[in-house]
Design a protein around this ligand. Structure first.
Ligand SMILES: Nc1nc2c(ncn2[C@@H]2O[C@H](COP(=O)(O)OP(=O)(O)OP(=O)(O)O)[C@@H](O)[C@H]2O)c(=O)[nH]1
Ligand SMILES: [Mg+2]
Length: 369
């Protein structure tokens, strides 16, 4: 029997087994086996992939735009960035990942037009893998869907899930460590939501014989498997609903109920028209907010405050993180810093490396010579 047939068989057995306490461990074993077989399948004919799609990550952050053909990804990329991506009235105009740079709040945000996620993945593992490898490295996913085809959202999420991308989810709070002896022991600080036998069986199915697992959240079998497999990526996402210019007022109710069906609503998405360049201000604002970046204006000795090119760091960054982002030997020469602005109690407050910065702070480093 080939791997694909084996996978189909396991899938069928899972689907036909009712889920209850008595069958939980059995389903756990099946799901763990399925995850392993899928991994084997993905690793078959491994060498191929990589070329063509390999896009260098640059800038302060990277946003991957995913969407079906012809939803307007290239039009949006062109409207938001310096890129000149080909736009077409037919499907599959864009066959490779196209980068563009969005300048916003003094930051350089790299936008990637990632075409053919669904088709790429369906057309062959090699091709799909190339597309997905780009998605996996992004800091934020921007789903671009057409206002007339809201259900594309569910399909995109499903395809990403199948390909080990977890969206708007935190990594499971679980640690597994191998040991030399003692079998498998389960420790949990909360009710793990699964039978101990299930947890042990799933671990065994993944090849563990002696191991200690510590669980700090309520799990499902799928989340337990995610915790054990170390190749899941966890990405935040947002949704742009494009072609809003084509919506007739009488169709708005339909759009809203379509959104609700997918757990979305008018507030959680951003309506845009890439073609007519509408809604793009809100979209940019939201990208910025979701990336969770802050601007820190450096007060440079003898040159004053650089208001044009702030240092861009993550929102919980400390003075120490800022120094690291600056590079060079500032860390060795650091004596103290002076901070003015939102995070400071008063202007030029003297702080150390563990002071947490806020958006639009002004930072002056006092260094040893
Ligand atoms: N009315 C309207 N048309 C749009 C909008 N955005 C894109 N289009 C049109 O939709 C078609 C497809 O746009 P593209 O930007 O090429 O779409 P894409 O998502 O890049 O498509 P692929 O590269 O094939 O995956 C073109 O004819 C665009 O002019 C919009 O906001 N409103
Ligand atoms: Mg395109």
């Amino acid at each position: 029997m080939g791997l694909e047939e084996e996978i189909d068989d396991i899938r069928e057995e899972i689907a036909s087994t009712p889920y209850n306490k008595a069958t939980e461990a059995h389903i756990g074993r099946l799901k763990a086996k399925l995850a392993e077989k899928k991994e084997d399948l993905d690793n078959q004919g491994g060498a191929g992939g990589g070329s063509g799609y390999a896009v260098q990550k640059t800038g302060d952050a990277t946003v991957a735009m995913v969407g079906f053909p012809s939803v307007g990804k290239s039009t949006l990329l062109n409207a938001l960035t310096n890129a000149e991506s080909k736009v077409g009235a037919y499907e599959f105009t864009t066959l490779e990942v196209k980068p563009g740079m969005l300048a916003y709040n003094g930051a350089n945000i790299q936008l990637l037009d990632v075409p053919g996620l669904i088709e790429g993945a369906a057309a062959g593992r090699g091709r799909g893998r190339e597309v997905l490898s780009v998605v996996r490295t992004a800091d934020l996913l921007l789903f671009v869907i057409s206002v007339f085809e809201i259900d594309q959202y569910a399909m995109l999420r499903e395809e990403l899930y199948e390909n080990k991308v977890r969206i708007d989810e935190r990594p499971p709070d679980v640690t597994v460590s191998k040991r030399d002896r003692g079998g498998i022991t389960v420790t949990s600080s909360v009710d793990p939501g699964l039978e101990e036998q299930t947890i042990k069986d799933v671990l065994r199915e993944h090849g563990y014989i002696n191991a200690a697992i510590t669980i700090r959240e309520e799990l499902t079998v799928d989340r337990l498997i995610d915790a054990i497999m170390d190749n899941r990526v966890y990405l935040p996402s947002m949704v742009a609903v494009n072609k809003a210019d084509l919506v007739d007022p009488s169709y708005v109710d339909t759009v809203e109920s379509d959104l609700r069906e997918h757990g979305l609503d008018r507030e959680s998405v951003t309506f845009i028209s890439a073609e007519e360049e509408r809604g793009l201000g809100s979209l940019k604002e939201r990208i910025w907010a979701d990336l969770g970046l802050i601007r820190v204006y450096m007060d440079k000795p003898g040159r004053g405050i650089d208001w044009d090119e702030p240092l861009i760091v993550e929102e919980d960054a400390t003075v120490g993180d800022a120094i690291e982002a600056l590079g060079g030997d500032f860390d060795q020469r650091f004596r103290f810093a002076r901070v003015s602005g939102p995070s400071a109690q008063h202007d030029e407050q003297q702080v150390g490396t563990d002071h947490e910065l806020a958006d639009e702070d002004v930072l002056k480093l006092i260094l040893r010579r």
